[in-house]
Write a protein that binds this ligand. Structure first.
Ligand SMILES: [Mn+2]
Length: 323
C-alpha cells in the first residue's frame, strides 16, 4: 500500500464537506462494515456523510444499522464533493444508477479497495491487493485522519475483516489482519455481537430446507463430485427463500473427498440455476461454458432448462471427463 496515496486521500477527505460512500451491490460484511465504519468516523469530524448501496443490507448485517442507507439515486444530495468507492474498483460493481450518476458528476472520486485490476481511473486510489479486507485500509485512513476509533467503528471494521477472511481461515490472512484485528479488539469491537449475527442467526426454517436439500445429494462413484438441489416447492413448503440456500455449494467442498460441490435451485418450473465450486482440480469455467454459463476456474454458474435428473447426470459426466 502506498503511503503517499493514503495521505492524498486523507487530505481530500479533510478538504471535502459533503461525502458520499458507495460500495458494491449484493453487499457483504466488508462492503457494509467498511462503509459504516468510515461513515461513523467522518461524522465525528463534522462531515455530512451519506452511504449509497444499490441493495438493502442483507438481514444478517442489520446489526450494523441499516436505516442510514440510500438505495436510490434521487435520494443523493446534489452538493456531493467527494464520492468514495469502497470494496470495488469498477463502476459496474456499484450498479447502473451510480454509473449514470458518475456520468454527470463533477466532483472528486476516490477508490479504496483490495481487488485486482482496477477499472476506474482516478488520481485518488488506495489499492492494496494484499489487504485481507477493505476494512483494513479504512482503518489506516481513520488513523491517518487522527479520528479516535470508538466501539461502534471498531465493530464495523472488525465485521469486514472477519467476513472477508472467513474468521481468519482464508489464504488472504496475513500479519496485518491479526495486528489490526487486535487493535480493533482493544477499541472494544463487539466480537460476541458480530459472531452471533454472522454465524448463529440461522432459523429452524433454514434447517428444514437444508434437510431436504442434503437428502438429494448425488455423488459420483468416488465421491469427488457432490450435487444437490432444491425445488420451488421446497422453498414454499419450508417458508424459506433463495437466501436460505446460500453457501451450499461451498459447504459441500468442506468435505475432504469432495473436489467439486454443486448446488442447483429451481428458478421457474423446470428452469434451474446451478452454482459450481471447486477446490482447484477441475476448471469449472470450461464446464459452465458448455452449458452457456460462465465464471472462474474455482467458481462458476449456469442456467438450464429441462429435467433435473438429466442436468445432474450431464454435469457429473462432463466433470469426470474434464479431470
Ligand atoms: Mn472485501
Amino acid at each position: 500500500m502506498s503511503l503517499k496515496n493514503l495521505n492524498k486521500i486523507s487530505k481530500l477527505i479533510l478538504d471535502s464537506q459533503n461525502i458520499l460512500i458507495v460500495s458494491h451491490y449484493d453487499p457483504d460484511g466488508d462492503a457494509i462494515g467498511s462503509s459504516m465504519g468510515l461513515y461513523y468516523s467522518l461524522k465525528k469530524i463534522g462531515k455530512n456523510c451519506y452511504i449509497y448501496n444499490r441493495d438493502k443490507f442483507p438481514e444478517y448485517l442489520n446489526f450494523l444499522e441499516a436505516e442510514k442507507l440510500i438505495n436510490t439515486k434521487s435520494d443523493i444530495p446534489n452538493n456531493i464533493e467527494l464520492v468514495l468507492f469502497l470494496d470495488l474498483n469498477d463502476f459496474e460493481r456499484a450498479g447502473e444508477e451510480i454509473e449514470k450518476y458518475i456520468d454527470g458528476y463533477q466532483g472528486h472520486i476516490a477508490v479504496i479497495d483490495h481487488h485486482q485490476s482496477p477499472k476506474i481511473e482516478s488520481q485518488f486510489m488506495l489499492i492494496d491487493v494484499n489487504a485481507s479486507a477493505t476494512a483494513i485500509l479504512i482503518y489506516k485512513i481513520i488513523v491517518a485522519l487522527g479520528i479516535e476509533i470508538d466501539n461502534k467503528i471498531a465493530t464495523c471494521l472488525m465485521t469486514g475483516i472477519i467476513t472477508d477472511t472467513s474468521s481468519f481461515k482464508n489464504s488472504n490472512v496475513n500479519t496485518d489482519s491479526f495486528l489490526i484485528a487486535s487493535k480493533l479488539l482493544n477499541d472494544n469491537a463487539d466480537l460476541k455481537l458480530i459472531n452471533s449475527n454472522i454465524y448463529n442467526d440461522r432459523s429452524i426454517y433454514r434447517l428444514n430446507l437444508e434437510k431436504r436439500i442434503f437428502s438429494t445429494i448425488l455423488f459420483d462413484d468416488n465421491s469427488r463430485v457432490a450435487i444437490c438441489y432444491c425445488t420451488l416447492n421446497d422453498y414454499k413448503e419450508t417458508k424459506t427463500s433463495k437466501e436460505d440456500s446460500e453457501g451450499i455449494a461451498n459447504f459441500l467442498l468442506n468435505h475432504k473427498e469432495v473436489e467439486v460441490g454443486i448446488f442447483i435451485r429451481e428458478i421457474e418450473k423446470n428452469s434451474w440455476k446451478a452454482s459450481l465450486r471447486s477446490n482447484g482440480f477441475v476448471d469449472l469455467s470450461k464446464i459452465a461454458n458448455t452449458f452457456g454459463g460462465g465464471g472462474h476456474k474455482n467458481a462458476s454458474g449456469l442456467k438450464y432448462q429441462g429435467s433435473i435428473e438429466k442436468l445432474r447426470n450431464d454435469l457429473i459426466d462432463k466433470i469426470l471427463n474434464e479431470k
